[in-house]
Design a protein around this ligand. Structure first.
Ligand code: PLP
Length: 471
C-alpha cells in the first residue's frame, strides 16, 4: 500500500514536472520514486526503503551524504554574504580561494579557472573560449572541434553537440556547425579480434585522419572524457591516450579533457588525465567539485591560453550570473579540503579502490557477465547472453533495465546504459559497505539470470549443482 501523501506527490509530479532523461509518459503511469534523506553511502525513499547508492547520486556525491562540514560552510557563507557576482571587476573571497586551490590541485600549468554552474555550461564555455583563442591570433578559420561518438559533454546546445549521443542530436537539430566526431575506444563492444593495445592505437589514429581530412589549420580542439562515463564506463586501452596527446601536439590542436566524472579522485588520482599520464590544455569540471551539495562547474586552462586571452582577448563577453557563486565556492573549498585532509584520493588508489576492484572483477565469473572493468571507483559490468562470445542481447537495454530494477528491489542503486551495469559509489565507501555492495550485485545478477530462465548451474559456478530452475 502506497501512503496517501506519496500518492499525492506522485500525482502532482506527473501533472507538473517534466523529468530530465526520462520517458515522461511511462513515468506518469508508474509514479516517480521520491528520495527523502541520505547518510553516508545510503539514501532512503518515501516508502522507507534504505538503498545503498552505488552511483553517488549521479557520479557526484563523492563524500557521501550528510557531511555536516559542507552544510556549515554553506550556512556560514549564506549568513555573511549569500551572493555577489564576479562581473565588472568584482568577486568574493571564497571564489578567489577556490580558484587558487584548483590551480594548486590541477596538474602542470593548468593554473586558471573560469567558473560555471554545471558541466554543460563548462563545455559550452570551452566552445567559445577555444574559438576566441584562435580568432584573436589571426586564425578565425580554426574553429572546428572534434568530439567522439557516444561522448557525453552535457545537455546544453553546445554540450550536446560536442557529445556524440545520436538520440540527443535528434532533439533540437544538433550538432551545431563545425563540430564533428570520431569513433570511441570501446574495445569490448567494437574491438573485434584485435588486442586492446592495437585497437587503442587504431582509434587514436582516427583523430589524426580526421585532422588531416579537415586540414590541421581548421581544427581548434579535441574534446574527450578520460574514461567515457554515460556511454557505459568505457575505459580506453593504455595505448590510446598517449597517442591522442602526441597527435594533438603535432598539429597544435588544443586537448580538452572533460573531467566532470573523472575529476576529484574518482580514478584514484585527482584527475583522470593524470591516471592516463596526459597533460591537457583545458579541463572541464563539475559534479565532484562540490560532491553535488550545490551546483558548480568550471573550465581550467593553461598559462598559454590565459596569456592569449588576457593580452589579446579584450573584454571577455561571456559569463553567468552565478559564475563563482560564493556559497557554492565555500562548499567546494570545504569539499576539496576534506578530500585532502582525510586522504580520500589516496585511499581510492591504494586501499578501498583495489579492494573494490578485486571483488568487482571477480564478478566476471558470473555467466551473465561478459566483462568486468574498473578504474578506481568507476566501473561497469557488461551483461551478455552468451559468455564465451563477445556478443550483445538482441534487444539492447532490456536486460540492463531488468537488472537495475532487481538491484533496486535488493536495496542497491546501480545505473545501466544499454546492458552495462555502471558503478560509481561515494569515494568514502568502507570495506564492509563494499562487501555489501558486491554481495547484492551478485545476488541481483543471479536474480536477473533466473528471470531470464538461465540454468542454475550456469548462474552459480562455485556452488551450482543440478539444472532445475530456482524458485
Ligand atoms: C554530467 C556530465 C556533464 C554535464 O554536467 P551537468 O552538470 O549535468 O551539466 C558533462 N560531461 C560529463 C562527462 C558528464 O558526465
Amino acid at each position: 500500500m502506497t501512503d496517501p501523501n506519496l500518492r499525492h506527490l506522485q500525482q502532482l509530479d506527473a501533472a507538473h514536472h517534466l523529468h530530465p532523461f526520462s520517458d515522461n509518459a511511462e513515468l506518469g503511469r508508474v509514479g516517480t520514486r521520491v528520495l527523502t534523506r541520505g547518510e553516508g553511502v545510503y539514501v532512503w525513499d518515501a516508502q522507507g526503503n534504505k538503498l545503498l547508492d552505488a552511483f553517488a547520486g549521479l557520479w557526484c556525491v563523492n563524500l557521501g551524504y550528510g557531511r555536516q562540514e559542507l552544510v556549515d560552510a554553506a550556512s556560514e557563507q549564506m549568513r555573511k554574504l549569500p551572493f555577489y557576482n564576479s562581473f565588472f571587476q568584482c568577486t568574493t573571497e571564497p571564489t578567489i580561494r577556490l580558484a587558487a586551490k584548483i590551480a594548486e590541485l590541477a596538474p602542470g600549468d593548468l593554473n586558471h579557472v573560469f567558473f560555471t554552474n554545471s558541466g554543460s555550461e563548462a563545455n559550452d564555455t570551452v566552445v567559445r573560449m577555444v574559438r576566441h583563442f584562435w580568432s584573436v591570433q589571426d586564425q578565425p578559420q580554426r574553429n572546428v572541434i572534434i568530439g567522439r561518438h557516444n561522448g557525453y559533454h552535457g545537455s546544453t546546445v553546445a554540450g550536446a553537440s560536442l557529445g556524440g549521443m545520436k538520440g540527443m542530436h535528434a532533439q533540437g537539430g544538433l550538432p551545431i556547425a563545425n563540430i564533428t566526431h570520431i569513433n570511441q575506444p570501446y574495445w569490448f563492444g567494437e574491438g573485434g579480434r584485435k588486442t586492446a593495445e592495437e585497437f587503442g592505437r587504431q582509434r587514436a589514429a582516427l583523430l589524426e585522419r580526421k585532422i588531416l581530412k579537415l586540414g590541421p589549420e581548421r581544427v581548434a580542439a579535441f574534446i574527450a572524457e578520460p574514461i567515457q562515463g554515460a556511454a557505459g564506463v568505457f575505459i580506453p586501452p593504455d595505448s590510446y591516450w598517449p597517442d591522442v596527446q602526441r597527435i594533438c601536439r603535432l598539429y597544435d590542436v588544443l586537448l580538452v579533457a572533460d573531467e566532470v566524472v573523472c575529476g576529484f579522485g574518482r580514478t584514484g588520482r585527482w584527475f583522470g588525465s593524470e591516471y592516463f599520464g596526459v597533460q591537457p590544455d583545458i579541463m572541464t569540471i563539475a559534479k565532484g567539485l562540490t560532491s553535488g551539495y550545490l551546483p558548480m562547474g568550471g573550465v581550467i586552462f593553461n598559462d598559454r591560453i590565459a596569456q592569449v586571452l588576457k593580452e589579446r582577448g579584450g573584454e571577455l563577453t561571456h559569463g553567468y550570473t552565478y559564475s563563482g557563486h560564493p556559497v557554492c565556492a565555500a562548499v567546494a573549498l570545504k569539499n576539496l579540503q576534506i578530500l585532502q585532509d582525510e586522504g580520500i584520493v589516496d585511499r581510492v588508489a591504494n586501499d578501498t579502490g583495489p579492494y573494490l576492484a578485486e571483488g568487482w572483477k571477480a564478478l566476471a565469473d558470473h555467466p551473465l557477465v561478459g566483462e568486468a572493468r574498473i578504474v578506481g571507483m568507476l566501473g561497469a559490468l557488461e551483461l551478455v547472453p552468451n559468455k564465451p562470445k563477445r556478443q550483445f542481447f538482441p534487444d539492447r537495454g532490456r536486460v540492463g533495465t531488468l537488472c537495475r530494477s532487481i538491484a533496486l528491489r535488493n536495496g542497491l542503486i546501480l545505473r545501466s546504459t544499454d546492458d552495462a551495469m555502471l558503478l560509481s559509489p561515494p569515494l568514502t565507501i568502507t570495506r564492509s559497505e563494499i562487501d555489501e555492495l558486491l554481495r547484492i550485485t551478485r545476488k541481483s545478477l543471479d536474480d536477473t539470470a533466473a528471470e531470464l530462465g538461465m540454468s542454475n548451474s550456469a548462474r552459480t559456478p562455485r556452488s551450482g549443482q543440478g539444472r532445475s530452475r530456482p524458485a
